[in-house]
Structures are given as C-alpha cells and as structure tokens.
Design a protein around this ligand. Structure first.
Ligand code: GSH
Length: 399
C-alpha cells in the first residue's frame, strides 16, 4: 500500500516540475560549434592524349619522287575541360580554331587580311552570345592535322572548321560536338575531258586527298568495297592538294562536296573544265566542337547554334529582331530573353540570342550570306533546309 502511495506522490511531483519547466521562458544559449560543410573545389585536370598524326614524307621509288603517309601517335597535353566561359570573358576575346583556305566556310583574304565564311560567322555568333560583341573573336587557322591538337591544348576555345562529327573524335580524341551546322557528304571531282562519269570509271586512277581527314579513310573504304584499284596522293593542306590536281598530277580530287564546290569556283582557272560526280561516298555532318569536360561551354556553343536555327523557324531576322522584342509568341519571348532566365542558366545574359541575331543573323541569313543565291556558290539548301521544308535543320525547343 505504502509503495503505491509513494509512487503516486512521486509522479505528482515530477508532473509539477515538468509543468514549471514548460511554462518557463526558453533560455537562449549561444555557443560555437564546428561543423563540416562539403565544399566543391574546381580541379583543372591535365592529361596526355594520344593523337594520330599523319606525316607526309617525300620518298624516292626507283628514281621517281613520291609522297608517302606515315601515321604516328603523338602525345598532346590535354588542357582539360576547364571553365572556358570564364577564360573567354576574362580575356574579352574568343579564340576560334578555323580554316584559312576554304572560301565559303573559312577563308583568309590575302588582300584585306580578313576572315570570312559560314564557319567564321558561327565564331562571330559565339562571340556575340558570350561577349555581346560579334567582332570580339580571333581566328587561329588550322589544317586537317593541326586542328585537333590546337583545341586539345587549349590554344583555341572552340573549333569551327568544316569538321565532321565522328565517334572517335567525340570519344578518344576528347571532344564534344555541338549541333550540326552543315550536313555534307564526300564527293569526287574530275576533269570533264577525262570521260569519267562515276567512281566505277576510276580504275587505276591517282586521287589527290588531304591528310588527317575523314576523306582519306573513306576513300580507301569506298574503293575497296567497289573493288577498284587506285593510288592515293596524300597532301598536307588545301592549297597543295588543289595545286597537285590542277597540275594534272591526279585524275581526281576528293573531299566534302562543299569543299569541292569551293575549290572548283575559287581555285581552278576554268571551273567549267571540272565536274563533281553525282556519287556521295560518305556522311559528313560538319559543326563546332569543344573540349570534353566543359559541359557549360559546350551548352553555350550548342544553344548559340540552336538560337540561329530557332530564329529562322520563328521568322526572327537581323532586320526585324527589335520589333520582335514585343512579340507575344512565347517562343520568341524566350528566344530573345524578353521572358524567362534561359541565358542566366548558361551563365550568359538573358538576351544572348538577341545579340546573336541582331549582330550576325539567323541560320538562313548566315547560309545565304556565304553560300546562297547571291554568292558564287549558289548552293541550294538541300538537306540543310529546315525540317518543315524537308531538311535536317531542327532546333530543340526554347522552353
Ligand atoms: N570534313 C572532313 C574534311 C575536312 C577538311 O580538312 N577538308 C579540307 C579539304 S576541303 C580542308 O578544309 N582543307 C583546308 C586546309 O587544310 O587548308 C573532316 O572533318 O575530316
């Protein structure tokens, strides 16, 4: 009995103490505690990448001078993905790997010392998107073999030089490709008076081709598949390849069809004496590329290209872009940064695409300015038409 009475009293006492404690003002205690906060550290990774480099060597066979291609692995320092946007913005200048010898795409005019072409305009577009100034870029000219080490080493921020997107370039060479800006295919040009009408007529021919290109490999594969014997004459750049063909050292010259058209119009004395065969030997999707590992920079180049493509689809041009700022079409509002924070998510001003269109133009304008009906190329859009016109040019949504 006693036991029971004591425990009831004890419980009452405990309840009173707890009530008093609950009613009391909470006491504020200030003390310093050490906590571990996860910190993100940016690490610049430097690795050595093996690159296949093909060197042309002069050899003498039975008293006759010939060239031979030697393929070797060369170690190139890979500067890592890094933060290319910060580098470009600190420098106030975009460094673009380009081409100096391919009129229409990338060409250095020896008289004016100015670069022009379809690829050059895409360098201007990236400069407009990232620096707000389409003139704030410099082209570093590269050849078929020097272009990849130039990008890997960090000498340039982006490579925009009639370069084909292939799996090995995207993976083992350590790059990321962006949207295709020009869908091409490999062709063959011959002299009209040769009587050659198709590749099958080229048995025993000598064919001029440029080193370090997809072209060189496709040529061997296609001719092997057709069971046609040929002799490749592999040369280091466009001028030497074209000169060898023009001098009659080769029966045919092969590269991307756009390249052949450019060579025919710009580098041969009488273009009408040369014909590009109908045969298309490969797929050559051409576009810009960046170093693998800098995802944001790759996104920036990707959405700069997409901006030009969407602008064409939405009817936004360099001439009407200011009026389009008051459009009530949500896609146009997003595209031009009138609504939403799409630019900010890339680390850019929201009007990055407005700057591209106002200063450079939309995809169709860039195409026409360099390759369209008012240029010597007069190259029909073909598969480079917008998807709604039966082509392959298509921008994902600006949402
Ligand atoms: N698209 C092909 C071929 C690109 C290429 O280098 N083409 C040559 C022939 S049109 C060129 O641009 N030459 C200019 C030069 O190196 O001077 C590739 O990516 O390998």
């Amino acid at each position: 009995m006693n036991v029971k009475r004591y425990s009831v009293l004890g419980l009452l006492a405990l309840a009173l103490v707890l009530l008093a404690a609950c009613a009391a003002e909470p006491e504020v205690i200030t003390e310093t505690v050490e906590v571990e906060v996860p910190v993100e550290v940016e690490v610049e990774v430097t690795r050595i990448v093996e690159v296949e480099v093909e060197t042309i060597v002069e050899v003498e066979v039975e008293g006759e001078a010939m060239t031979e291609t030697v393929t070797e692995q060369v170690a190139v320092e890979f500067s890592g993905g890094g933060d290319t946007l910060a580098t470009v913005q600190d420098r106030g200048l975009l460094k673009c790997g380009g081409n100096a010898n391919l009129a229409g795409f990338g060409f250095l005019d020896p008289d004016t010392n100015e670069f022009s072409g379809f690829d050059v305009d895409y360098c201007a577009a990236v400069a407009a998107a990232t620096l707000g100034d389409s003139t704030a870029f410099e082209i570093i000219p590269t050849t078929g073999t020097s272009r990849f080490p130039t990008l890997q080493s960090g000498e340039v921020d982006v490579l925009i030089r009639n370069t084909t997107w292939t799996i090995s370039r995207d993976t083992s060479l350590g790059f990321d490709f962006n949207p295709v800006t020009f869908y091409d295919g490999q062709g063959m040009m011959v002299r009209v008076d040769s009587g050659i009408e198709t590749l099958e007529d080229m048995a025993g021919a000598t064919i001029c081709v440029q080193a370090g290109t997809t072209t060189e490999k496709n040529l061997a594969d296609v001719f092997r598949a057709l069971d046609i014997e040929f002799t490749p004459s592999v040369l280091p750049d466009n001028p030497s390849t074209t000169e060898a063909y023009a001098a009659g050292n080769c029966d045919g010259i092969t590269t991307d069809k756009s390249g052949l058209l450019s060579i025919r119009i710009n580098n041969l004395d009488v273009p009408e004496d040369h014909v590009i065969l109908d045969d298309t030997m490969s797929k050559e999707p051409l576009g810009p590329l960046t170093r693998h590992g800098d995802n944001n920079w790759n996104d920036i180049v990707t959405w700069t290209v997409n901006c030009t493509i969407q602008a064409e689809e939405s009817g936004v041009t360099s001439a009407n872009v200011d009026d389009m700022l008051s459009s009530d079409d949500p896609t146009i509002q997003n595209l031009l940064g009138v609504s939403g924070d799409l630019g900010q998510a890339l680390g850019l001003p929201n009007d990055f695409c407005y700057q591209v269109i106002a200063q450079v133009g939309n995809y169709g304008e860039i195409y026409d300015a360099n390759l369209g009906p008012d240029t010597p190329f007069n190259l029909a859009r073909g598969i480079n038409a917008q998807y709604y016109d039966g082509g392959l040019i298509y921008a994902p949504p600006f949402r």
